[in-house]
Design a binder for this molecule. Sequence first.
Ligand code: G3H
Length: 251
Amino acid sequence: MRTPIIAGNWKLHMNPAQTAEFVKNVKDKLPDSNKVESVIAAPAVDLDALIKASEGSNLSVAAENCYFEDEGAFTGETSPKVLKEMGVKYCIIGHSERRDYFHETDEDINKKAKAIFRNGLLPIICCGESLETREAGKEEEFVVAQIKKALDGLTSEQVSSLVIAYEPIWAIGTGKTATSDQAEEMCKTIRESIAKLYNEETAENVRIQYGGSVKPANVKELMAKPNIDGGLVGGASLEVESFLSLVNYQD
Ligand SMILES: O=C[C@H](O)COP(=O)(O)O
């Protein structure tokens, strides 16, 4: 039985004081973590504040990115080893904004996934097609290829424990959500591809989120789909009431 996982991705928003205030307002209103896992991914400069503020609560902490080396002469990068030492649980990798604006490749993402596991963190691996790819009818082969490259060399045990976030690029921050059927169809395809690459048990264990204009108004419909196990939420995770409605979607 997969525990649903709703993760806010704050992107480049919030400072440490706003982070502490946000967590103070949500920490006692989060669902039981074996009912729904609530996660916030914050900018690296806010993680210390996020970890301190969420101590003793049901909130899991995620980083939005990390490097694939633990230490060395890599100016400006974030060490997965230090993220673990700080108390971070998850790290998002392969977000389309990282792929587009920072030219991250599937190979980088695969190296990051390995670095994350090496350090005892868990990756949230993003994938998703552009509008152009969807209009060409090539979205399934595109996304399956992204997944295959991201998971290369990972064990079935590792894959069972990670999270995949399917985020069609055309639905991110646009207010244009994929229909729940479109989202379900791709999440199912991803799960089937994992069954082929690994086995049925691994595919049954892996949690797959949908992301792209998820809001309190559509979260229930998306979460009712059998292959959608959660949401990766940008804009709607920045307000306390909206974040609480999302994580408490079962109420
Ligand atoms: O990581 C989150 C996604 O990019 C979705 O962002 P959004 O909910 O603002 O569309």
